[in-house]
Design a protein around this ligand. Structure first.
Ligand SMILES: Nc1ncnc2c1ncn2[C@@H]1O[C@H](COP(=O)(O)OP(=O)(O)OP(=O)(O)O)[C@@H](O)[C@H]1O
Ligand SMILES: [Mg+2]
Length: 295
């Protein structure tokens, strides 16, 4: 019998997931007209910035788009999740920002996903906030490095990058400022819990300052609700409050709290390769396709 049994909550959920998967299957994602550069930022720690960066990047790359992740968090979590070496001896984004090493020389291919590149972060980056202070054009260094890299790729006949995602540390220091100056779009992951909106006004004020003084084209284009626990009223309340405040920016896709998502980095993987059939992978795929469709 083919009919879908939706007599139990689990069966209903499976049927719902199947419907969502069918909707996505066979869909090709449009290439943006020009490279879209996103900074993934929220000064609140542990809200899913890195998880969002690597999984959306992997989803877009798996769809055939050319994607670069730039890790500018000294913790190097994005480099870990993408399986790219980032021990202290590796040339990294630190050398790009501080010693003018060309970005092209630190970019590495992610082993599990073709078309996905990563500029890793090493522990040296922890000192960069302070070292940057005395450098010329200290806020523009990442932007310039990206511009030069794009030109080099074109000269060498390489394909244009479709997406760049910059994974920020949980602070609003000079590293994050470099990311805001280099990007056109900000993606803010918001964890569906009580303090979610606290600190958001500070983040938005900082972005306004950047828009005024350093990068007029920057927009908060995308907000993604993460670690959504459907069993709690609180998560639903936070989600509806965020949607009320930012109706245009919040993606329809919501990322559920999922063990598979949190396990993936310990295997140096994104959930897209670690467990592509999980509900977490499905949600990140939906989020990535919404982002691509909005271009
Ligand atoms: N949807 C999810 N379900 C379950 N666990 C998750 C989910 N998203 C992220 N996590 C876990 O929550 C923790 C924080 O996530 P993540 O590292 O992406 O946040 P972050 O904002 O980048 O943190 P930091 O501010 O330290 O850079 C990690 O252990 C991650 O594996
Ligand atoms: Mg992080």
């Amino acid at each position: 019998m083919d009919a879908i049994d939706d007599s139990t909550p689990l069966a209903r959920e499976l049927a719902n997931e199947n419907r969502r998967r069918e909707k996505l299957s066979g869909r090709t994602l449009p290439r943006p007209r020009a490279t879209r550069v996103f900074t993934v930022s929220n000064q609140k720690g542990g809200v899913g910035k890195t998880t969002t960066t690597v999984n959306i990047a992997a989803a877009l790359a798996a769809a055939g788009l050319n994607v670069l992740v730039i890790d500018i968090d000294p913790q190097g979590n994005a480099s870990t999740a993408l399986g790219v070496p980032h021990h202290a001896e590796v040339d990294s984004i630190y050398d790009v920002l501080i010693d003018d090493l060309p970005l092209g020389q630190v970019v590495a291919q992610c082993p599990d996903v073709s078309n996905l590149l990563c500029a890793p972060a090493t522990i040296h980056l922890a000192g960069a906030e302070i070292e940057l202070v005395s450098l010329v054009a200290r806020e523009q260094r990442l932007r310039r490095a990206i511009d030069v890299y794009a030109r080099e790729r074109a000269e060498q006949g390489e394909e244009r990058l479709d997406y760049i995602f910059i994974d920020c540390p949980p602070s609003l220091g000079l590293l994050t400022v470099n990311a805001f100056v280099a990007a056109q779009e900000v993606l803010i992951p918001i964890q569906c819990e009580y303090y979610a909106l606290e600190g958001l006004s500070q983040l938005l004020k900082n972005i306004e300052m950047i828009q005024k003084h350093l990068n007029a084209e920057l927009v908060v284009s995308t907000i993604l609700l993460t670690m959504y626990d459907g069993r709690t009223n609180l998560a639903a309340q936070v989600a509806s409050e965020v949607r009320e405040h930012f109706p245009k920016q919040v993606l329809k896709a919501v990322i559920p709290r999922s063990v598979r998502i949190s396990e993936a980095p310990s295997y140096q993987q994104t959930v897209m390769t670690y467990d592509p059939s999980s509900s977490g992978a499905l949600s990140y795929l939906e989020a990535a396709s919404e982002i691509a469709e909005r271009s």
